[in-house]
Design a protein around this ligand. Structure first.
Ligand code: ATP
Ligand code: MG
Length: 624
């Protein structure tokens, strides 16, 4: 079993290497050429050293005088070989480095690009920590063996050259070589097989450790306020400990095999000297040849290790590659159509849901998906405002996501200006409809960049206009650097309501023709929330010429809508104006008034049944 798996790892590892070579053939050729040059020169240097000893040193000792000319020649040749070897090393190192880092960069780009192409459903199934390590340590691991690969290929050529030169010298010495080299090679193979499971385990644990770390930084607030620091630290150190043990076991294996790999060539040298002494006495070889071969064995030891390095890195490479491939091969991205809508069209868009059903994909493939929307149909006519109201979990955010095509319906269709959103180009979709999500996301950048998101044609004037509409101009003007103020990672330097208004301004700056607000102003006080929606509804007051689909709870906000769609458990149960629904739909009245009570008096926890309608000043002001 083990040997089958490791053979499988070897096969797949070699195919990963093959892919690397196919992607960077020229650099690989340069690196291998450098390495082969180096290998052949190692053999040459052994023979030159042998010649110096046999033809210069030994006669000098015997005759008591040194042949200056011969010595100078030998020194010159050795120097020349060394210079060429430097060139070989340079070519190999540079080529290998280029190849490795280029591949890393290319695959990091591919993986992150893929993240952006993959649908929301895929992201919801994959932990952020895993995605981070896919783009980081997995890509690195996949291409680790590239660094020693050219060296190893050059070494293989060198071993063939060494065996050939041994046969040319003496068959007995060649037999020693034929014993030692394959033994060295096998030792390397055994080494890498033993290494395989250990490296794979370490790579998996690396991802898990980074996942836990990411989650606990992300949830730092919860961890702190709930006093879970100790438990969270324990969870982390448990996994970090496993990673440590995995890496120590890698180190222990290295500790055993490295000395063996070091010793074997020395034993080879010893064997050469013993066998060589007999052959020398028999007159089969010269001193020059004996010294050359003995020297060859000592200089070969190091390059042969390169083969071991490649083999030892293969399991990690395969593990990393598998994880990278999982991202690159992931499916479910939503292909865009080629139908265009003019984003510069000055009229608001019409949004229609026609019998839309939707189910989230199950967490595990064999489980059935849970249907969260059933046959939802409604229209947001051009220039109109429709409010979506429903208890928590009734499917409002899901409808918002469908409206801007973050997800596609199971059946039925979502249409913008009468065109199925699946037929629209990405640009048309982004230029026409804007979603302000329930949870605002603010980039670690300036206020300006957060509003414009580098979209062309949005000047400071437009930014301020958008901020004004979102009632955000006041606080932005009060920031130390105005539009240039950095807002901190995820907008940590802003209040919840400020963050929401900033993301609203971002949506407005793109002049959408359909605005989808998913509870987008929940952290803003009710009076301001109603004022924002009122301004958005009136293009004359600077508001966009947009149709609005708004998820809201507050009576004052809902009352501004032309129509209210009331949802329960993913189905439209009633529609009409706020006043109509209030009078006719019991559940609706309960929900709206309960929310109001909870807001005005957060200490009083009431169930909807206990609540009696209560007229507030605000309600009288806007209720229609
Ligand atoms: N990613 C998801 N995977 C599986 N089920 C989901 C997912 N997101 C939402 N759901 C489920 O779909 C249903 C509708 O969720 P949705 O977020 O649309 O509700 P909502 O009306 O926006 O609620 P809220 O008022 O709390 O924001 C819920 O039952 C929820 O559990
Ligand atoms: Mg929601």
């Amino acid at each position: 079993m083990t040997s089958r798996t490791s053979r499988d790892v070897l096969r797949r590892g070699l195919s990963v290497l093959g892919r690397a070579i196919r992607e960077q053939p020229r650099i690989f050729t340069v690196a291998v050429a450098g390495s082969v040059l180096f290998g052949l020169l190692v053999i040459a240097s052994a023979y030159v050293v042998g010649a110096v000893v046999g033809d210069v040193v030994v006669p000098a000792i015997e005759q008591g005088s040194v042949g200056v000319g011969a010595l100078a020649l030998a020194a010159g040749v050795l120097l020349g070989i060394s210079v060429l070897r430097v060139v070989g090393i340079f070519g190999r190192r540079l080529g290998a480095g280029f190849m490795q880092y280029r591949l890393q960069a290319a695959y990091r780009r591919r993986v992150t690009r893929r993240y952006l192409e993959l649908p929301l459903a895929w992201h919801q199934r994959n932990a952020t920590g895993t995605l981070l390590s896919n783009a980081n340590s997995d890509v690195e691991a996949a291409w680790y063996p590239i660094a020693p690969l050219p060296f190893a290929v050059g070494t293989l050529v060198m071993l063939v050259g060494a065996i050939a030169s041994l046969f040319a010298t003496d068959w007995a010495l060649a037999l020693v070589g034929l014993t030692v080299f394959p033994a060295l090679f096998s030792l390397n193979v055994v080494y890498s097989r033993r290494m395989a499971p250990r490296q794979a385990r370490a790579q998996r644990l690396r991802a898990e450790v980074s996942g836990i770390a990411h989650e606990s930084f992300d949830g730092a607030l919860v961890v702190k306020t709930m006093g879970r620091e100790a438990q969270e630290t324990a969870r982390f150190s448990g996994r970090a400990g496993e990673l440590r043990d995995a890496l120590i076991s890698v180190g222990r294996l290295r500790g055993v095999f490295d000395p063996l790999l070091e010793t074997l060539p020395s034993l080879g040298t010893l064997a050469v000297l013993v066998v060589g002494a007999f052959r020398l006495r028999a007159g089969a070889i010269t001193v020059t040849e004996l010294v050359s071969v003995a020297f060859l064995f000592t200089v070969l030891a190091f390059p042969v290790r390169a083969i071991g390095w490649v083999l030892a890195e293969l399991p990690r490479s395969v593990a990393g590659w598998d994880r990278v491939r999982r991202v690159l091969d992931a499916t479910g991205e939503m292909p865009y159509g080629d139908h265009t809508l003019d984003p510069a069209d000055p009229t608001p868009a019409t949004l229609a849901f026609a019998g839309v059903s939707f189910a989230y994909e199950p967490a595990e493939a064999h489980l059935p998906g849970v249907q969260v929307l059933g046959e939802v149909s409604f229209t947001v006519p051009a220039g109109r405002t429709v409010a979506l109201v429903g208890p928590t979990g009734s499917g409002k955010s899901t409808i918002a996501a469908l409206a801007v095509r973050l997800v596609d319906p199971l059946s039925g269709a979502v249409e913008l200006d009468g065109v199925d959103v699946r037929q629209l180009t990405a640009e048309s979709l982004a230029g026409t409809a804007a979603l302000v999500a329930q949870v605002p996301f603010v980039f670690d950048d300036t206020v300006r960049a957060n509003v414009t998101l580098d979209r062309p044609g949005i000047g400071d004037e437009d930014v301020w206009a958008a901020l004004r509409l979102a009632e955000a101009d006041g606080f932005v003007a009060a920031l130390p650097d105005g539009l240039d103020t950095m807002v901190g990672e995820r907008g940590t330097s802003l209040s919840g309501g400020q963050r929401q208004r900033l993301t609203l301004a971002r949506a407005l700056a793109g002049r959408p023709r359909l605005l989808v607000l998913d509870d987008a102003t929940s952290a803003v006080d009710p009076r301001v929330e109603a004022a924002i929606l009122a301004a958005l509804r009136t293009p004359a007051a600077g508001g966009p010429a947009a149709s609005i689909l708004v998820v809201a709870y507050r009576r004052a906000t809902i009352a501004l809508a032309d129509e209210v769609i009331y949802l329960e458990q993913g189905r439209v149960v009633a529609r009409g104006t706020h006043t109509e629904l209030l009078a006719t739909v019991g559940g609706y009245a309960d929900l709206v008034t309960a929310y109001e009570h909870a807001e005005t008096d957060p200490k009083r926890q009431r169930t909807p049944d206990e609540v009696t309608p209560l007229a507030s000043g605000l309600e009288i002001e806007v209720d229609r």
